[in-house]
Design a protein around this ligand. Structure first.
Ligand code: FPP
Length: 248
């Protein structure tokens, strides 16, 4: 759909069915993209950061309410020091360069994950971006940074335990809503579509609770090649699925 106006693409997507309110993506395949080109892994991550720019704009144009991207997982610390530092550098660069533009496009930046485990400068940049865009009413662009779903659930459980100990919550009142209210995603729309690129079929500790009723889409495209058309195709695929939510 390259070359088509934003509204024409939007119409094409709309015609195929409904647009998911919240899309999350496990951006996988940067390393393989680089390897196929005999390039260092960082070149794949740089190309991946370009794909992030493209896909954020496309999601905004298609009327998606929230887009959550798995930028750095709590397990990614196991990568080599060099790769971790390259990824952190790219995130810093991205935040420095993009905030103004995101703001001018009415995009609201958010984060999920345990920011306390990240470098101070990166946290400051992320917080600045969140603050600068907090009144925007368009796409919620959510960066998962030092995020792990089990860690998120553990943090929510600690919160609940504290509330019970201090008499603010009765054990009998702990239900799904009480847990959801304490997840990092508490004020985002329900997750409708979870995409993983590069042919792998795992959730890798990403949004496990939130994915309870999400449609899952695994595509072979490597993340740096995931573009506007790939997102439009994913949305069209979502539009033709019949969602059951445990009913018939
Ligand atoms: C997986 O590819 C991707 C990541 C570990 C991180 C995603 C990071 C980016 C897209 C770049 C920076 C992000 C932003 C928001 C600017 P992989 O290295 O696991 O690929 P492989 O499985 O082919 O080795």
């Amino acid at each position: 759909m390259k070359g088509l106006s934003a509204s024409a693409v939007s119409d094409a997507v709309g015609a195929a069915g409904s647009v998911p309110r919240h899309i999350a993506i496990i951006m996988d395949g940067n390393g393989r993209w680089a390897k196929r080109r005999f390039l260092p892994r960082i070149a794949g991550h740089k190309a991946g950061a370009e794909a992030v720019r493209t896909v954020v704009r496309a999601a905004r144009d298609f009327g998606v309410q929230a887009l959550t991207l798995y930028a750095f997982s709590s397990e990614n610390w196991r990568r080599s020091n060099e790769e971790v530092s390259d990824l952190m550098g790219l995130l810093r660069l991205y935040l420095r360069r993009e905030i103004r533009e995101l703001n001018s496009e009415n995009v609201r930046l958010r984060t999920i994950g345990d920011l306390s485990g990240l470098g101070k400068d990166l946290v400051a940049l992320a917080r600045e971006g969140v603050e600068a865009t907090k009144n925007n009413t368009g796409l919620n662009f959510v960066l998962a940074l030092n995020y792990g779903s089990q860690d998120e659930i553990v943090r929510a459980m600690r919160d609940i335990a504290t509330d019970v100990r201090e008499g603010r919550l009765e054990p009998a009142d702990i239900d799904a809503a009480a847990i959801e209210a304490r997840l990092d995603t508490n004020d985002l729309p329900p997750l409708d579509l979870l995409i993983r690129t590069s042919g792998e079929r795992r959730l890798s500790n990403f949004l496990l609770w939130q994915a309870a009723y999400a449609e899952l889409l695994f595509v072979d495209t490597l993340w740096p090649d995931f573009d506007r058309k790939a997102l439009a195709d994913a949305i069209a695929n979502f539009g033709i699925r019949e969602r059951r939510f445990g009913g018939r």
